[in-house]
Design a protein around this ligand. Structure first.
Ligand code: AMP
Length: 135
């Protein structure tokens, strides 16, 4: 059994990649609440609940998210990058990174943005480029 996010990290299901390491993967949320809304996941750990992840992998996930957030901040004009952990839909631990200009930008109840493939691609490429500069 593998989750949709495991399949995304392996490339079996397509995604708009923004960063990756051997153990972690980051890609655009397909139903973004703002432009540049990113999900950060462990590739192989299929724990539903983030706080069930062992300490080493948990720390690694957040360290990776920190780097991805730095790239998001450079690529997407925003005051800061907000963080949320929900897990109400997909049972594979993940961190939401959300570019914020106001508190309201972190409202998951608002209608999701509908972006074209080209827009998703452009946003992902800009974050990926900034992530590359951090290496
Ligand atoms: P939650 O589990 O409540 O944190 O929400 C899961 C998030 O994953 C939602 O914001 C979805 O839009 C997002 N999502 C679900 N499937 C995909 C996918 N195939 N590609 C990108 N994002 C996805």
């Amino acid at each position: 059994m593998s989750t949709i996010f495991t399949k995304i990290a392996s490339g079996e299901i397509p995604s708009y990649k923004v960063a990756e390491t051997e153990d972690f993967y980051a890609f655009l949320d397909i139903n973004p609440i703002v432009r540049g809304h990113v999900l950060v996941i462990p590739r192989k750990i299929e724990k539903d609940y983030i706080f069930d992840i062992d300490d080493a992998a948990y720390s690694g996930l957040w360290a990776f998210a920190k780097k991805v957030a730095e790239a998001v901040k450079k690529a997407i004009p925003c005051k800061r990058v907000g963080v949320a952990v929900l897990g109400m839909e997909v049972p594979h631990a993940h961190i939401h990174l959300v570019p914020l200009n106001s508190e309201a930008d972190l409202d998951f109840r608002k209608p999701k943005l509908e972006l074209s493939k080209e827009e998703f691609t452009r946003i992902a490429e800009s974050i990926l480029t900034e992530y590359g500069k951090l290496q």
